[in-house]
Ligand binder design. Sequence first.
Ligand code: AR6
Length: 231
Amino acid sequence: LEAGGTCSMEVEKKLNNMNGNEERSKQIVPADINSSTLAFPSISTADFQFDLERASDIIVDAATEFVQKHDNMRLVLVDLSQKSRILSLVKDKAAKKSIDSSRFFTFVGDITQLHSKGGLQCNAIANAANWRLKPGGGGVNAAIFNAAGEGLQHATKECADTLRPGSSVTVPLPSTSPLRQREGVTHVIHVLGPNMNPMRPDCLKNDYTQGCKILHDAYNSLFENFASIFQ
Ligand code: AR6
């Protein structure tokens, strides 16, 4: 699934290892100036404790369906570590489905530094948000709000006050946002996934019938919002 080998205009970029040590990893990034790119984290699988096997099936299904429908859009699943289990699961499952690896691939890096550190230009990034759409709370939510600057909070408030599980909201980044200026990201799409963590609001108490449906809805909502910005 990791893109490479088939694209005529490839650039090889070196990515700083996220742990800051000397080890560096190479990732092949297909340069595709005709496509719009969405980078997204795995929704609900860390703080919200959603099962990784089920989540990986849902990601691959939703992404496959999306890229078949939109041939000028790319989806990139991002995680911080080379050892990310969700990235491995998704990579393996996508390879079995022979999904077009220049349209959907995985990438190791910080979602707030994809261009500056990883050489991957993305138009939009998704955030695994909380229902109040508030900064902080750790995880990718804290990272994105920190990197985007205060402007993201204001811009988010203009669009929505809260989010329901399985839904998403598109927020245009102010022109002054460092995320826009440095990384070239123009939109953040906040997504609220299903929660399986008893310490967080709206815990589904291991109800994976509901949970899987909500996670599927969350990805469909995210991808459709992305398509409606850039189509
Ligand atoms: N870049 C790329 N991926 C990241 C980054 C980053 N900077 N940081 C984390 N991840 P999580 P959730 C990956 O816990 O499970 C927050 O407190 C991480 O490895 O951020 O949906 C919110 O306020 C994992 O694969 O989201 C919510 O309350 C993925 O991002 C709650 O957590 C999602 O992990 C949401 O929990």
